[in-house]
Design a protein. Sequence first.
Length: 264
Amino acid sequence: MLGVIAKGIKRGRQTSASPLGGPLDMLAHGQAVFVAGRGGAELSTLSGWQVLDHWPLMRNNLCRYYAGTLMAEVTMELLAPLDPHPHIFEDLVVSLQMLGNSDLPSSARVVAAYVKAALQETGYWPILEHCVLCGTEITTDVVRFVPRVGGIICSNCRPAGTAMALPSLVVLALARLPRPQVMKEYVSQRPADPQALFLALQLMLSHLECTLDRAMKTRTLLGMICGCGPTMPETAVANLGVGLEKSVVHGAGMLPDGQIESLA
């Protein structure tokens, strides 16, 4: 990630002498030429820009554009300036390419795959295989995830902080979700469950917010990205037995079996 300033370039105007070979805005993919800042300056000077892809289909679909902005915020929060992570960059480009594909069945699935890959690549992936405190394997239908401790906990552990109760099937499906570069190569035979994706993304973003100790601005867009509306509707809450608001508990909650099946 690199901060640049475009000195002497007027936004919105491009002439034959302009160093900008296309629009310079958020979620554009291109090649940049810049002069590195001197003396420890945070900003470099942009001297040239050539757009490779602008993904107009994604920009014409509000849900997909929201998905792209959420991925952009996750990227900016996880990466430090001048700290290269080529695999994250490749996953981000592939994710935006999929959002710009008219045949894409689910924007939320792409977002979940990218957020998972970014957390794993930067070393912030939570512990979901066993109790983060005592190491006990958890086999219950409902698991409790505590963002403050960075993983799921068993019924015997009582850490400080708020826990999120969610079906174990969501955690299992999240563990099986491939990274975007793999996802692009195949078409899933089953449609993703929007409620499962909503809970999976809430889990990951809650963990990221606790790691950063600040709120994600685009988290409020999850309902629209997942197809659940601005917030989880009452019908979804009834179907799950507990929605997001009811899943924030200090003990284990109860959910009906088999409601969540597929993320991937």
